[in-house]
Design a protein around this ligand. Structure first.
Ligand code: B4P
Length: 189
């Protein structure tokens, strides 16, 4: 499954609950990149300078990270992709990787949240998380611009494949979680 949506839409928040309920492996490219930053690897240093400007990390880097994570969890029952794919090239690469492993995406759940609410959530998170990409409103706005120009094509890709479902992403965390579970359970029947 893919959990899709703009920055701050609650992908990380809902992923934690979904993986616990459905027994999936959580693959968040944002978390994988932050681990590289914390470990001060060359990849992490390159990623940090892009993330702090609100830009995306190069496709080859994130596709490579996903490929090795899939290899690492060969016996997994399933995966929840969070924050990936974020470009059309990443979506095509994921399709190919999954095809090679004789599997595929069951559904793409897209959290829909208005931009004012997103800015509020990210600025709030920036006060406590220590995430340098959440403290500056200009960087947050840049991330939305990148989402509109580079990431919205991912939605089109999965709409064409009839795998895309929109979910209202405003309300309490539990209300949104219930809507996500209903959509997944319908798909699994
Ligand atoms: P990510 O780590 O993917 O994070 P995000 O989009 O900022 O946030 P998310 O949607 O997970 O929000 P959360 O649940 O935490 O990306 C960070 C950066 O990494 C990107 O800008 C990019 O540079 C790079 N990157 C990552 N993946 C990449 C890729 N594939 N290709 C290239 N570059 C990539 O929620 C946000 C806040 O809202 C939290 O504080 C939460 O508590 C709050 N919240 C959640 N649900 C709420 C609710 N219902 N009501 C009120 N508040 C809520």
């Amino acid at each position: 499954m893919i959990l899709f949506g703009p920055p701050g839409s609650g992908k990380g928040t809902q992923s934690d609950k979904l993986v616990a309920t459905y027994g999936l492996v959580h693959l968040s490219t944002g978390n994988l990149l932050r681990e590289e930053i914390a470990n001060k690897t060359p990849l992490g240093l390159e990623a940090k300078s892009l993330m702090d400007k609100g830009k995306l990390v190069p496709d080859e880097v994130v596709i490579g990270m996903i490929d090795s994570s899939l290899e690492h969890h060969k016996s997994a029952k399933g995966f929840l992709f969070d924050g990936f794919p974020r470009t059309a090239a990443q979506a095509q690469a994921l399709d190919k990787l999954l095809e090679l492993k004789k599997t595929g995406i069951v559904t793409v759940l897209a959290l829909e949240v208005g931009e004012d609410e997103l800015v509020k959530r990210l600025i709030n998170r920036g006060k406590t998380s220590g995430r340098s990409d959440d403290t500056n409103e200009a960087v947050i706005r840049k991330r939305f611009a990148v989402y509109n120009s580079e990431t919205s094509s991912v939605a089109e890709h999965y709409k064409k494949l009839r795998k895309f479902q929109s979910i209202k992403g405003e309300g309490t965390v539990d209300e949104i979680f219930t809507s996500l579970c209903e959509a997944i359970d319908k798909k699994m029947k």
